[in-house]
Design a protein around this ligand. Structure first.
Ligand code: PEP
Ligand code: MG
Length: 568
């Protein structure tokens, strides 16, 4: 009988593979390490920093050339940690205490990690994992430890998964991911999501029941994990795996079919992306374009602001890969949970309510203008749209739109080709914007509802706080009313409304949104087939009846329960 562990399934699918534990214990190696003289150890440590950073640089170039931007961004952040004098200074100090280069590196990384860990901001706390990861990488180099050879498919497991582990493995070798922590926004989970790798989080001490090389099965839908399954248990999953393969084959048949109800009401199903390479994956799932290009990924993992020319290349590549479909590029959503080292925001009591997104863009023409120009130029190579994040009033939109016009004038003066046919719209992700949509709709070309933030701001529930996640519900009647108002306001003015928050990938939500009159749903591409399947199974009258019933209900949890009883 297998050891059974239960966690929270966050990316569905069955994975079969051998466990690869992230977070190797180096204690045994440290005991056997024979340090030389202090001077020699200091030289060794300094050389290791250079060598490891060089190795990372090669991997970063490699990832970039393959379009794997998220992986490249993670390693770039790690390279910056190595080059930070805070680390080399701490290593020197620790070497004076212990005399062993690998131990000093680990101790120094620990000290720096603890500084971050004690910070209030969740994002800064998250950096502790990266710092420990970097320390371990350098220590392993000093101890001569090679990364294990990977024979078959692996299920990467760890209390916290060091970002470099996922970033360093070939994607086709990773069958699944198991995370001890409960975070769904960890680097590992973000990467797994764009690659549709079955993932279970929040298994806590369950990680201790696993060893490297253990055969395992993971169900990313139910959150069930079997470690060392018996032949019978393994066989019991054969049926599920067969079904999964059949479902994949069935979904492949839907790829070119429209997301149309039985009576002909159609919605565009498009993808959320972070890099041009994601468009290829999205096209594989039948995406009809891009509803949200999170352009901040273009800014992350760099030591300086990317130039107009560099941004242009990225946006052009994404627009071209959309093959004539619309590519909505969101201007940088920096600040809040996404700080950048070269854009000083300063310490804030409430970063989510602080200097971020469009607020930064409107104050920093030196950042905003090159981005707008790059998007307008990319528009020449297909169909592009500009979308502003975190708008709260009409004036912000008008000011930002005026900058678009200014960017066009400057491009014309510079003799650069650009598209004059680029739609300009906003994210509706603040309650203020949602309430004001009847007015905003007169000015914008489109709305895209960002429920990830709209839910958090409407309900005053932090989107990343596990303790109150039971309150974070996109079916809360207050949220539903704001969404309905937004869609109706757009339609009344002859504009279009879409959605790019996570809610768009919920098939039950898709039914309600369709009945409200939404025109586009943008999501992680692997969710597209299931949403399409559901839309193709109902009529618009059925959807309308379900919506009417839901809008009469007073409680978000009851709405969720009711929708879960519907079978499609
Ligand atoms: C949102 O808030 O719903 C959204 C799509 O933006 P992000 O998740 O990048 O904040
Ligand atoms: Mg948002």
């Amino acid at each position: 009988m297998a050891d059974k562990i239960k966690g929270k399934g966050v990316i569905s699918g069955i994975a079969v593979g051998t466990i690869l534990l992230a977070g190797q214990n180096l204690d045994g190696y440290l005991v056997n390490y024979k340090p030389g003289k202090l001077d020699a150890e200091k030289k060794k440590a300094a050389a290791a920093l250079v060598e490891v950073a060089e190795g990372m640089k090669k991997s970063i170039d490699d990832f970039n050339s393959k379009g794997l931007k998220e992986q490249a961004a993670i390693l770039e952040a790690h390279r910056m940690i190595i080059e930070d004098p805070a680390l080399s200074g701490a290593i020197d100090e620790k070497l004076n205490e212990c005399g062993s280069a690998p131990k000093a590196v680990l101790d120094a990384a620990e000290v720096n990690a603890q500084i971050f860990e004690s910070m209030e901001d969740e994002v800064f706390r998250g950096r502790a994992v990266d710092i420990r990861d970097v320390g371990k990488r350098i220590a392993k180099f000093l101890l001569g430890i090679k990364e294990p050879e990977i024979a078959g498919k692996v299920i990467v497991a760890g209390k916290e998964i060091e970002p470099s582990v996922i970033a360093g493995l070939p994607t086709d070798k990773i069958a699944g991911v198991i995370l001890g922590a409960g975070s769904t926004t960890a680097h590992a989970v973000i990467i797994a999501k764009t690659r549709a790798i079955p993932t279970v989080v929040g298994v806590g001490k369950g990680i201790e029941q696993m060893a490297d090389g253990d055969p395992a099965i993971l169900d990313g839908g139910t959150g069930d994990i079997l470690i060392r399954p018996s032949a019978e248990e393994r066989a019991s999953y054969d049926e599920k795996i067969k079904k999964q393969e059949e479902l994949k084959a069935y979904y492949a048949t839907l790829k070119t079919l429209p997301a149309k109800t039985l009576d002909g009401v159609e919605v565009d199903l498009v993808a959320n992306i972070g890099s041009p390479a994601d468009v290829d994956a999205a096209n594989g799932f039948g995406a009809q374009g891009v509803g949200l290009f999170r352009s901040e990924f273009v800014f992350m993992g760099k030591t300086d602001v990317p130039k107009e020319e560099d941004q242009f290349k990225e946006y052009k590549a994404a627009v071209e890969k959309c093959n004539g479909n619309l590519c909505v590029i969101r201007t940088m959503d920096i600040g809040g949970d996404k700080p950048l080292p070269y854009i000083q925001v300063g310490a804030e009591e409430n970063p989510f309510l602080g200097y971020r997104a469009i607020r930064i863009s409107l104050k920093r023409e030196d950042l905003f203008m090159p981005q707008l120009k790059a998007i307008l130029r990319a528009g020449k190579f297909g169909k592009a749209a500009i979308m502003f994040p975190m708008v709260i009033n009409v004036q912000e939109f008008l000011d930002a739109k005026a900058m678009v016009e200014k960017a066009k004038r400057e491009l014309a003066a510079e003799g650069k080709d650009y598209s004059d046919d680029v739609q300009v719209g906003i994210m509706v992700e603040t309650p203020a914007a949602a309430v004001m949509t009847p007015i905003l709709a007169k000015y914008v070309d489109f709305f895209s509802i960002g429920t990830n933030d709209l839910v958090q701001y409407t309900l005053a529930v932090d989107r990343g706080n596990a303790q109150i996640s039971y309150l974070y519900n996109h079916f809360n009647p207050a949220v539903l009313r704001l969404i309905k108002r937004t869609i109706e306001s757009a339609n009344k003015e002859g504009k279009w409304a879409g959605m790019c928050g996570e809610m768009a990938s919920d098939p039950c939500a898709a039914i309600l949104l369709m009945a409200m009159g939404i025109k586009e749903l943008s999501m992680s591409a692997p969710s597209i087939p299931r949403v399409k399947e559901v839309i193709r199974k109902i009529t618009s009258t059925e959807a309308k009846n379900i919506l009417d019933k839901v809008m009469e209900m007073e409680d978000g949890d009851k709405i969720k329960d009711y929708l879960a009883t519907l079978t499609f």
